[in-house]
Design a protein. Structure first.
Ligand code: TPP
Ligand code: TPP
Ligand code: MG
Ligand code: MG
Lengths: 404, 325, 325, 404
């Protein structure tokens, strides 16, 4: 401990001694701030990023509409936060582990999760890697190094510290990035994760999406401090605050954070200031707790619009292309959705597999009893009844797709 | 008498408790201005101010730690955990602190004023993080009381009793019934007794025991059974801890048969405790083994939720098996 | 064969596991240089370095969260919780995360490599925060395995199996026996099977089931019973979840009588599960009700610990009552 | 949120931008640092503080010796930290709530807990307010506003926030002070407590005894930051670091903290830098993890010695008085100990009372069965057997003493 200076009068500090600035590169007009330097970002990568942002936006819009039509039980949008999530992902190695909260489908889109893969999870059908066990939006992909989402908030944060510690030992030069909201950062698990990462010198990037709300709770009722960033000081950790709607700032900051993490085995906290433009989820109606005016003000800071202006300025994108892409995406989402919702549910046996590595005798017994019961009342359990005979209905290799 | 759904009944109970005693406080995630994600605390902040009904930061261990301290100070906190599935970060504060506060201090201090409300249970396409029934996790903890209402009338009367009870109470609300269950609920203040099961239907051939949302399932199963001429006695346990062994035993001494049902996984579920205690007390009177109709020993599933759940058909089959043993 | 006490056997098992597989890591509070407050991890840091055996900050939820992540990554963490009484801050990470990791991801990811060690149990003048037996809190959680050894030989073989098991294991160590229990333990690597109970003594009149430190109590009680001419069959459950129902049922089909004992409070304890399952399977063969000899439904006391504990005299009396029913 | 300045280059902060000084008034010679101002501390109060420090030291020495003789099952010393604990307590209103960790018996001594009261708890006899249910050192006193100790670490910290919130609503001008070690501050409960206190503007003082160790774990393996103090910035909370062995600095800082808490309903974090001079507990042997040299260096900073020099300088104390007090205390402790260890255990019924406000039928049944069993084997349960008949052995009003 480097306990430093002595004082002889009782002066209290309150954190007003310093302030945490916000790193910005691109203004809303799509041009650079004075004094800002454009990060090295090549045309191809910029287009990959931008297309992922558009895809995420279209997917969210279509699926929320599908939810409103009653075709889907639940949905959550990334809307407004695409730059934060995708900008960060683009700065990583594609083999780095990503552990997300639930609003980061943009990262999956960026890494190449297909619309079909999204749909299968959303409809929990027999092709869902998660075997229809979790609510919509709980994606995961081993192939894409994207940890399956878990609903309990903040649990993934100390797990990311542990995962990254394993990566450090493995010595493969990879790191873990963990996403979470400013609300989840109030959980005890957050504190544990940061402290352990600092003490054990772990290559992990803690990426906080400070989008102003945790469901209905505004950030101001979540913490009294200036955001989440100052907590890094409590653990002696590198920290930066970025404009989360500024794709270049997020990209550049995360690149640098990754360098600190991987080259020096030091954790980094990034706080991205953004806004949850949509409702918390399909079950929520924000009109009860925030004003249209506030929403409108943020809609004007739309991160996609900002990047688009920059791209067009560069000559890397144009309206024509945009129109074509949007139409193609809408079509693809709708068609894929139609197929996915028709696919059969996972087989009955999937009720008891994966609880343990092997089905235990007790569970086999429970499954057998359930089957006997369903045979007696097949009409009452249409989903289960169709796969009483696994040979008939099971698409055998279906579930292996996402694992390799 | 007005008709209310369960949320209205709960909201009404909280309103009455806060109006009557200014030491009563309601808080939790989104509980303040918004009135909770299910709206159980609607309008309470308007009526009683931000100091008595408020949002907390998103930290369950903090909510219950804070509530324990408040209760020790003499306030009467009613803390909401947004979903029972998210009560586990507060497990230490509940099991090691709330439950042992009075005992460890020789009654110098207690947190008897504390009530913890949490929506629980399945049947709402919630998957394993919005469907759990965690009552058995807590039922192994002396010092806690655990209450589960089955309808709006019970919800109001039991919640008012829980808030005023000199012991800390976990109040699990069957969220599937929040809006689905409606009924007449007196507008005035009333309490229903904790620690007492209720025989909701008398019968002679077999006893069925459950609580919360499962009572509806039992009623449906009983309809089927009675059509086959099986006379059923139905008991709503209402309080899981400490549970009313006498009422159940008395019934089983009469019927000689017992079926217990809950949504939680079988192994370690509270039906096991009931079966163990009743086989001991009623051994010579039992005509067939005590049967348990429960969830499978797996996390709560989603797509195959219907297959997983202990529905009326499964309960009915158990009744049949019990009677035909 | 060398003689070891239980701590030495555990330390030896960890040593073997770490030597054989460099993915094995041991960590927890005071686990590093100091070797743990009970010294179960002595010398491991010297031998395998600070990256593989280390102190953590004092935060159980972090220890298990970190361990879950490590296991998901492919490492084989053996995390120590200093006392089982302090495992509750990690309850969410264990019950909502560890247990459901494989299931929820459709086996894309799993934390099968994880082992959590924790000393449990009473008889050491520890009061209610250094004496708890929390196995039943976890036994309601599909996805976990729970193992409790009764002596040094079992401790080594079961711990090695737990570490290599493809499922996460909670390994509860009876701390009263850490130094008190000694015996011959092979120096080489060996494993004992998980999920299998062991009949440690055959008999015909009554079956006694227990685990961990309670096996010693059972043996003493059996001595008294056999003096009175009661022939006892004794079963060490060893794995609490998933438990070996077949072995217990087979024995009870033979003896017709069952006594189950554990230190934890009765209500919601694991003896209840055993009684419920066995009365179902062996109904027609039971000569007397299944008896439970357990702690009282109170927090664990201190001055009156002896009165509280389910000792050999209480077990003996239950055996008598069972036989004379 | 007062998000402030913009920057256009990605600069990370790491907390080196500021440092947290240590407030010191009294040097080891017992004289004031240059520039330091003596807090207004009257003779009588100074003597009360000093005597409490001596009493705590003697009690600890004697009881650890008794433990070594096997007369006591367990003990923990406050040794080395008396100034931190007692200095803080002296700055409070005696009716303020204190919620301690376990090493703060000095606070109880200061408030007037008698040696007899200590002994009854340590021996868990029938006069122990806790009815012999907890291990030695788990004191509590309703009368002295000292919450009964609970072993699980850090659980009392959010409880203190809640307790103080209740005090604020009650409007009686009181606050709560919660003590904890730098190790316990790693628990999630700590983070929850500070955040909630700041958000809800609660009059609570978080007093961290940073004594360098959590059992064997040195602070450097507990956190990477410069102590616990910087965590306050994460919650926008007033914070001060004090020399914990400096009675005047601790007293003055806590006084000021109390003013901030009570007058402004703002929480304050105090980090007292001190050292655990003794073993962690009677079960511990520090020679396995720290050097004698280190211990010696700290022994020279003994807080009692420092205060004594100041007191003697002032003419408020002398060696004669010291000798008399020490002798009298040693005698009192030994005599009281002898009486306490002979006192009977709490009655058998106390096994089942206080689990609930009233004994439940189930528990009454279990007690009755236990009594029947003990009647069969009275010799096996000597403690229980002597109170089978409550009328005979129970000192009826004994347990009410500490409650009023
Ligand atoms: C442990 C836990 N508590 C409560 C919830 C319910 N819940 C789901 S999302 C949410 C708000 C999260 O807010 P934030 O972390 O800011 O993320 P955002 O939704 O803004 O992206 C809450 C309270 C939960 N999932 N887990
Ligand atoms: C939740 C919990 N985990 C672990 C322990 C075991 N334990 C008791 S004291 C201690 C060290 C505490 O260190 P610190 O907070 O620095 O206090 P100090 O002993 O230095 O005063 C530990 C790990 C506990 N009592 N509670
Ligand atoms: Mg948010
Ligand atoms: Mg310490």
């Amino acid at each position: 401990m480097s306990t430093t200076r002595d004082i002889h009068v009782p002066e209290f500090l309150a954190g007003d001694e310093f302030s945490i600035p916000t790193y910005r590169v691109l203004n809303q007009e799509g041009t650079l701030y004075e004094g800002a330097e454009e990060p090295p970002l090549e045309r191809e990568l910029a287009r990959r990023i931008y297309q992922a942002m558009i895809t995420t936006r279209v997917l969210d819009e279509r699926m929320m509409a599908a939810q409103r039509q009653g075709r889907l039980s639940f949905y959550m949008q990334c809307t407004g936060e695409e730059a934060a999530v995708i900008g960060a992902s683009a700065a990583l190695d594609d083999a780095d582990m990503i552990m997300a909260q639930y609003r980061e489908q943009g990262a999956l889109v960026y890494r190449g999760f297909t619309i079909d893969e999204f749909m299968n999870q959303l409809f929990g059908n027999e092709l869902d890697y998660g075997k229809g066990r979790q609510m919509p939006i709980h994606y995961g992909s081993r192939k894409l190094h994207y940890m399956t989402i878990s609903s309990p908030l903040a649990t993934q944060i100390p797990q990311a510290t542990g995962y990254a510690y394993g990566q450090k030992l493995a010595g493969d030069g990879l790191c873990t990035t963990v996403f979470f909201g400013e609300g989840a950062a109030s959980e005890g698990d957050f504190h544990a994760a940061l402290n352990m990462a600092a003490v054990h010198e772990v290559p992990v990037i803690f990426f906080c999406r400070n989008n102003g709300y945790a469901i209905s709770t505004p950030a101001i009722e979540q913490f009294a401090a200036d955001g989440v960033a100052p907590r890094a000081f409590g653990y002696r950790m590198h920290v930066i605050r970025v404009d989360g709607n500024d794709i270049l700032a997020v990209y550049r900051a995360t690149q640098e954070a990754r360098r600190i993490a991987v080259e020096h085995n030091k954790p980094v906290l990034i706080e991205a200031m953004t806004y949850r433009l949509a409702a918390h989820s399909s079950s929520d109606d924000p009109s009860g707790y925030r004003s249209r005016k506030e929403e409108e003000a943020w809609r004007e800071k739309d991160p996609i619009l900002r990047m688009k202006r920059w791209m067009i300025d560069k000559g890397w994108w144009d309206e024509e292309e945009e129109k074509t892409l949007q139409e193609q995406l809408r079509r693809e989402v709708l068609e894929t959705l139609k197929q996915a919702e028709k696919r059969p549910p996972p087989p009955l046996d999937s009720l008891v597999t994966d609880v343990y590595a092997e089905v235990t005798p007790g569970l086999q017994h429970q499954l057998d009893a359930l089957k006997a019961h369903i045979r007696r009342y097949p009409d009452a359990y249409p989903k289960g009844a169709r796969s009483l005979d696994p040979e008939v209905s099971r698409t055998d290799d279906a579930n292996d797709k996402g694992e390799s | 008498m007005p008709t209310m759904n369960m949320l209205q009944a709960i909201n009404n109970a909280l309103d009455i408790a806060m109006a009557e005693d200014e030491r009563v406080l309601c808080f939790g995630e989104d509980v303040g201005g918004f009135g909770g994600v299910f709206r159980a605390t609607s309008h309470l902040q308007e009526r009683y101010g931000k100091t008595r009904c408020f949002n907390t930061p998103l930290v369950e261990q903090g909510i219950i730690g804070f509530a324990n301290g408040l209760a020790a100070q003499g306030s009467v906190p009613v803390a909401e955990i947004q979903f029972a599935d998210y009560i586990f970060p507060a497990f230490d504060q509940i099991v090691n602190e709330t439950a042992k506060f009075r005992y460890r201090s020789g009654d110098l201090f207690n947190v008897g004023g504390l009530t913890i409300r949490a929506p629980y249970g399945g049947g709402i396409s919630g998957g394993h993080y919005h469907s759990q029934s965690p009552e058995a996790y807590f039922a192994h903890t002396p010092g806690l009381k655990i209450v589960v209402p089955r309808n709006p009338y019970e919800a109001k009367g039991l919640l008012l009793a829980a808030i005023r009870e000199p012991d800390p109470v976990l109040f699990f609300e069957p969220k599937r019934l929040y809006r689905a269950s409606t009924g007449e609920v007196p507008e005035e203040d009333y309490q229903l007794p904790l620690g007492e099961a209720e025989v909701t239907k008398e019968g002679t051939d077999v006893t069925l025991v459950g609580w919360g949302a499962q009572m509806e399932v039992i009623d449906k199963a009983v309809e089927l059974a009675e059509k086959e001429g099986i006379s059923c006695e139905v008991i709503d346990l209402r309080t899981i801890l400490p549970w009313d062994e006498d009422t159940v035993a008395e019934s089983v001494l009469k019927t000689g048969r017992l079926v217990v049902t809950h949504e939680a996984p079988r192994t370690g579920g509270f039906a096991g405790e009931i079966a163990a205690a009743i086989q001991d007390r009623c051994f010579l009177y039992l005509e067939s083994p005590i049967m348990r109709v429960t969830g499978l020993d797996t996390p709560f599933p989603l797509t195959l939720e219907k297959e997983y759940l202990p529905d009326h058909l499964k309960v009915f089959e158990a009744v049949r098996a019990s009677v035909n043993y």
